[in-house]
Design a protein around this ligand. Structure first.
Ligand code: UT7
Length: 320
C-alpha cells in the first residue's frame, strides 16, 4: 500500500514571443546593463493576445504527462497555482482539466502568489499519499504581462509569462520528504495587485505594485529560515542537499539565499536569466530544465523554496 508520493514527470512551456532587455530599453528609461546587474534577467516571454493561462498550463501539462508515460485519463487531481487565472471563475484548473480531456477528479486553483507551487505540491502530496486520489497533475502557470504597469521600470522589467508542471504518483518509498508552509498577511501591501471586481467592473488599480527593497530583504530572510526549518525537521545539514531550486525572482536573491545557507552556486538551479520572474511557474520551470538536462538524477535530494505576495513562503524537500 503506497504511503508516499513522488514526482514522475515534469514539463515546461514559455510563450513564443521574447522580450529582451534591449527591447525594454527602447520604450523605458532603463538599460540592459542595469537589469542584468540588479536582477540577472536577460529576457522574458510574453503570451500572445489570444493565449490564456490555461493554454500555457496545457502545454506544460502535456509535456509532464509525456515524461510520466500517462494519458489524461490517468489524472485524478488537477491543481493550478496561479495569480493570473483565465477568469474569476471557474478555476483555471477546471478549464485545464477540460482542455486536457480529463473528467471527474477534483480540480481547483491555489492562490499563494509566487509560493503557489510549493503550496500546491504540499496539498497534493497529502492527497496522493493518503490514497484520496491516485495521480495528480500540478501546474504553476502565469501571464504577468497583463498585470504589469509597462510604464513602471521598477516592476515591469522583472516579470514574465510561463508555465511549469509536474505529475505526482503514489509511491511505496518517500519522494516528498517534507513540506513547510507559512504566511503573514501583515505584509500584504509589500507586493500586491490591488484591484477588485464589483458591480460588473474592475475597480482599484489591478496592476502589480511592490516595495522592491523590502521584498528583497524579506525574501532572503524567510527563504533561509524555511530551508533551515526543513533541514532540522529531517535531521540534515545543508551539505545533504544535492540541488536547491529556489523561486526564480532575481539572481541576487538566489545568490544571497545560497550564501546564507552555505550552499555553493554549483548546486543551485537558476533559470531566471531566460524567463524573468514567472511567479508560481518559476519553480516547476526550473525543476523541468534541470531534470531534462540531466543535472537532477535519481535518488538525489532536492529542496524547493518559494516566497511571494501575501506574504507567503514555504519549502518542499524531496527525493528524486
Ligand atoms: O517574487 C518576488 C518579486 N519581487 C522581487 O523579486 C523584487 C525584489 N527586489 C529587487 O529585486 C530589487 O529591489 C530591484 C531589482 C527591484 C531594485 O534594485 P535596487 O538595487 O533595490 O534598486 P533601487 O530600488 O534602490 O533603485 C535604485 C535606482 C533608483 O534610482 P535613484 O533613485 O537612485 O535615482 C531607481 O529609480 O535604480 C532606479 N531604477 C532603475 N533604473 C534603471 C529602478 N528600476 C530601474 C530600471 N532601470 N529598470
Amino acid at each position: 500500500m503506497p504511503k508516499h508520493s513522488r514526482i514522475v514527470g515534469t514539463g515546461g512551456y514559455l510563450p513564443a514571443q521574447i522580450l529582451t532587455n534591449a527591447d525594454l530599453a527602447q520604450r523605458l528609461d532603463t538599460t540592459d546593463e542595469w537589469i542584468r546587474a540588479r536582477t540577472g534577467i536577460r529576457q522574458r516571454h510574453v503570451a500572445a493576445a489570444g493565449e490564456q493561462t490555461s493554454d500555457l498550463a496545457l502545454h506544460a501539462a502535456r509535456k509532464a504527462l509525456d515524461v510520466a508515460g500517462m494519458a489524461a485519463a490517468d489524472v485524478d487531481l488537477v491543481i493550478v497555482a496561479t495569480t493570473t487565472p483565465d477568469m474569476v471563475f471557474p478555476s483555471t484548473a477546471c478549464i485545464l482539466q477540460a482542455k486536457l480531456g480529463a473528467h471527474g477528479g477534483p480540480a481547483f486553483d491555489v492562490q499563494a502568489v509566487c509560493s503557489g507551487f510549493v503550496y500546491a505540491l504540499s496539498i497534493a502530496d497529502r492527497m496522493v499519499a493518503s490514497g484520496a486520489v491516485r495521480n495528480a497533475l500540478l501546474v504553476g502557470a502565469e501571464i504577468y504581462s497583463r498585470i504589469l504597469d509597462w510604464s513602471d521600470r521598477g516592476t515591469c522589467v522583472l516579470f514574465g509569462d510561463g508555465a511549469g508542471a509536474v505529475v505526482l504518483a503514489p509511491s511505496s518509498t518517500p519522494g516528498i520528504l517534507s513540506c513547510h508552509l507559512h504566511a503573514d498577511g501583515a505584509y500584504r501591501e509589500m507586493l500586491c495587485v490591488p484591484g477588485f471586481v464589483a458591480n460588473g467592473a474592475v475597480s482599484g488599480r489591478p496592476l502589480l505594485r511592490m516595495d522592491g527593497q523590502a521584498v528583497f530583504k524579506f525574501a532572503v530572510r524567510v527563504l533561509a529560515e524555511v530551508a533551515h526549518e526543513a533541514l532540522t525537521a529531517n535531521g540534515m545539514t545543508a551539505d545533504a542537499i544535492d540541488w536547491l531550486v529556489p523561486h526564480q525572482a532575481n539572481e541576487r536573491i538566489i545568490e544571497a539565499t545560497a550564501r546564507k545557507l552555505s550552499v555553493p552556486m554549483s548546486k543551485v538551479i537558476s533559470t531566471v536569466a531566460r524567463h524573468a520572474n514567472t511567479s508560481a511557474a518559476s519553480i516547476p520551470l526550473a525543476l523541468d530544465v534541470a531534470a531534462r538536462d540531466g543535472r537532477i538524477t535519481a535518488h538525489q535530494r532536492v529542496m524547493l523554496l518559494g516566497v511571494g505576495g501575501g506574504f507567503t513562503w514555504g519549502s518542499v524537500l524531496l527525493h528524486w
